[in-house]
Design a protein around this ligand. Structure first.
Ligand code: PAF
Length: 283
């Protein structure tokens, strides 16, 4: 089936209804476009599990803060469709702004504390916007499962939470982080970095590996592990740490003593660009 582009939410729902009644498994990969290798990996994962893979492309204003320029967010629908056709995606759902947020739209999903900490504390309202658009996409595309990258670990935790607490009838699939050869988690923000900045960013993954090896040797005190991670990161010139955090993966509760399934998050700033990475470790 050649790549089909659907603009109207109603047409998407009708298409999904008929695919479901034909017994087809629908997988959704939600994106804001400007697709890179990391996104295409999510599509590949979806293709392994689904009969039909729908990729949504919608730059969602509700998740941008007043100081984050929504209008400047890169848009490249034609290029994105070429990439998606080449990897074998089936449908692109690319609605207009007014189809998603018609005049007077006023219903939002608040994911609670999980959306207020870490990235949520730095970007107030961001996860309310993410939760709202994802809920709408789930209702429009009616997928059996949706794939989200572990790279945005808190986003994944928020989506899992709303799916569980609001009884969305779909599976949330966690896709592994895709990395450059040097180990930097793939991000659209790499476009703003020079080759030498990208080289410096390799220390992020090295700090996560250091944490993993300390935990393997028996370390459980978050503060002590963080201290060693900080000194490794700060040994690289021009790398600033925004935060390092240890959270229970299930509900993102902050941990002082590590046990169970733990997400270690690192956010650094290099040349003015914030770079996020994380590792989930079972203890
Ligand atoms: O990760 C993203 O690109 C966005 O936050 C998402 C999940 C597509 C919602 O707009």
């Amino acid at each position: 089936m050649p790549l089909l582009i659907v603009k109207s939410p109603r047409k998407m729902q009708t298409l999904s209804d008929s695919l479901r009644s034909d017994g087809k498994i629908i997988g959704l990969v939600p994106t804001m476009g400007s697709l890179h290798g990391g996104h295409l990996k999510l599509v590949e994962i979806a293709l392994r599990k689904a009969d039909i893979v729908v990729v949504s492309i919608f730059v969602n204003p509700a998740q941008f803060g007043p100081n984050e320029d929504f209008r400047k967010y890169p848009r490249s629908l034609k290029k994105d469709c070429l990439k998606l056709g080449a990897v074998g995606a089936n449908v692109v759902f690319n609605p207009s702004m007014s189809a998603i947020y018609p005049e007077g739209f006023d219903t939002y999903i608040d994911p609670g504390r999980t959306g207020e900490i870490l990235e949520g504390a730095r970007r107030p309202g961001h996860f309310r916007g993410v939760a709202t658009i994802c809920a709408k996409l789930f209702n429009i595309v009616k997928p059996h499962f949706a794939v989200f990258g572990q790279k945005d670990g808190q986003q994944l935790a928020v989506i899992r939470k709303i799916a569980r607490e609001l009884d969305f009838d779909l599976e949330i699939v966690k896709a592994p982080i895709v990395r450059t050869e040097g180990g930097v988690a793939m991000s659209s923000r790499h476009a703003y970095l020079s080759a030498s900045d990208l080289k410096k960013a390799e220390v992020i993954k090295q700090s996560l590996d250091l944490a993993a090896s300390l935990i393997k040797k028996g370390a459980r005190n978050a503060g002590a592990i963080e201290k060693q991670m900080r000194s490794l990161i700060l040994s690289v010139p021009d790398v600033k740490i925004d935060y390092i955090s240890f959270n229970r993966w299930d509900d993102l509760k902050e941990l002082i003593r590590l046990s169970g399934e733990v997400m270690i998050s690192v956010v650094v700033v290099i040349a003015g660009v914030r770079l996020l990475d994380n590792k989930i470790i079972k203890i």
